[in-house]
Every structure is written in C-alpha cells, then in structure tokens.
Unconditional design. Structure first.
Ligand SMILES: [Zn+2]
Ligand SMILES: [Zn+2]
Ligand SMILES: [Zn+2]
Ligand SMILES: [Zn+2]
Lengths: 143, 143
DNA sequence: TTATCATTTGCAACTAAGTTGCATTTTTAT
DNA sequence: ATAAAAATGCAACTTAGTTGCAAATGATAA
C-alpha cells in the first residue's frame, strides 16, 4: 500500500472520511483488474481487522459517493469495481462488462466496442437513458 | 387458463411432466409482458395451493429445460421470462432487457435494436460468444 | 383400467448472506 | 486539546433460498 497520499486524496475527492478500513478496501479494488465480491475482498484483507458489516457499509459508501459501482451477477452476487480508470479518470456511466463463462470473472471494459448506443427513438415506447452491455465468453486468463 | 392443450404441448416439447403447478406457472408467465420474480408469481397464484419450494423447483426446471431464462436484477432478485415470443418462437439467446428506473419492471426485447453485435476480435484478448444488452430508462407504463 | 415406477410436491428444519441497533472508537473541525 | 459527527465492531436478528424425506401425482405399459 504505497502512495497513501493518492488514496487519501481519492477518498477526500468523493467526500469520504479517511479511515484505515476504507484505505485498505480502496487499495484492494485498485489492485484488481476484475470486479470483486464482498467475500473476495474480505479474504484479501487479513492483515488488519475488518468486520463484515464494516465492509458492507464501506462498499455501500463507495457506491453511494460514486467512487465505485456494483454489478449484480447471474448467481446473485454483488461485485464491486471502482469508477476510476487506471489513470484516475472516471469510467463512463455506460460501459461494458465482460463475464467469463469459465471462471466467472467480471471485467469492466471502459468503452462499448464497435457498438452503436441505442437512443430513445430506437425502442418503441421506451425511453432509453443509459445502458450496460454484458458480453459473455472466454477471458484472457482462461484461453 | 383457456387452451390447456397448448400449455401441455409446450411442457411436453421441453421434456417437462405436466402438472397443475407447472401449467399454472407457465400460464402466469405467458400472460405477463414483463419478467416476474418468485414473489410476483407466488402472489399471482392464489387459487391453487403452491408451496414456495415447488415454485423454486418449477422455475429451475423451466430454466434448465430452456423454456425460460432468468435475469438477475440490480437488487439481487431473479426474474423469470419465457424463451417464447408471443407467437411461440424461441427468443434469440442474445437479447435485450429494458429495465425501468422508476418501477423496476424488466422487459425482454426480442432484438438488439440498432446495435451491432461485438465479435471476438473487437475486444482484445476476450472471446465473445454471446451478449446481453441492458437498457435503462423509462418504460411505457411510467411515461 | 389398473399396477408399477419415476417424478413431483409439501412440509419442516436448516443455512447463510445480509441487516439492524447500539455502545465504543476514530476522524475532522475548532 | 475539545467536542461533534461519523465510522466501527459485535451480537442479535431477518429472511430468501435450500435440503431431506414421506406422501401424492403423473407416465407407461400390461
Ligand atoms: Zn476466465
Ligand atoms: Zn463495471
Ligand atoms: Zn416503469
Ligand atoms: Zn429476457
């Protein structure tokens, strides 16, 4: 957990108080290139004490503040990923999730590749305001 | 529940034994233009006895046989919809869900409108085999 | 039709993820 | 340093979903 400064900055930016639990959870999410479940995160944080309730509330706070978003999976789990790209920018609200059918890993892809975004007029009677694309297949790890 | 014959036929077609519970659940799903939760269905079936476990198992059987599919919602519910279009054809595996942000209703749209389907080559290192598009906005009922 | 066998159903007990309330600790502002 | 506000940990609780099993029902063929 190098660069505490950057982590603290991010929490401040999103109006969140800086606590060791939050720094650790943020760090865990930043180190991952896939979306993580509550259980995933809990199992990765063993060096400091972290109650399951605190983690639930931390993740809620991250989502509520806009720092992270959650994805409900096929098997009714919640996975969490930061709304930050690798370079600190915000991921676009409309993005694509790649779900590996072998390992169940979920990747956030920052753009919706080679896909036109449907607008209101495209679906009779439905007013479209945002979208999420879910691609299924085999991820790089499972090839 | 007119046309029992057609319902029975469908169950047979999918290799499912015909029981009153299954006929009733099938009928309920056929009458709905939105995907329904376990709780939705249970509350709609009051005239015959139907245990919650039986409904769970019935829905599992429908999904396993290919008669229905389930959608995990944002709030970690499962919604069920038939894989049949209004005219008895099978809905394409790749389809679009419209999720109303006001009433939470989920609609299955048979096609992916004005949207190009991404193929394997479009996402570096990921092999895409199927997709689900989720559109968010306001449904016709909530306008 | 009736007998047989496999499947489905209902019930009760159980499981475990997630929530709530509250006393204690930590953070931030003055 | 002090005080107010917010976050944390713990225990108790809730509740959706599952499991095992005995009884009921459906499919098949004599
Ligand atoms: Zn994989
Ligand atoms: Zn994402
Ligand atoms: Zn609506
Ligand atoms: Zn659907």
């Amino acid at each position: 957990m190098l660069s505490q400064k950057r982590h603290k900055n991010i929490l401040h930016q999103y109006g969140l108080k800086v606590t060791s639990a939050r720094l650790r959870v943020l760090d865990t999410l930043m180190r991952s290139n896939i979306a993580l479940s509550h259980a995933d995160i809990l199992s990765k944080i063993r060096d400091i004490q972290l109650d399951k309730v605190t983690l639930y509330r931390t993740l809620d706070a991250f989502v509520k503040s806009g720092l992270a978003h959650k994805v409900a999976t096929e098997d009714r789990n919640w996975l969490y990923a930061l709304d930050l790209s690798e370079h600190g920018d915000t991921v676009h609200r409309n993005h694509t999730h790649f779900i590996c059918d072998y390992c169940d890993r979920v990747y956030c892809l920052p753009v919706s590749p080679q896909v036109g975004i449907p607008d209101s007029s495209s679906v009779e009677g439905f007013e479209v305001r945002s979208h999420e694309f879910r691609l299924h297949g085999t991820c790089p790890q499972c090839h």
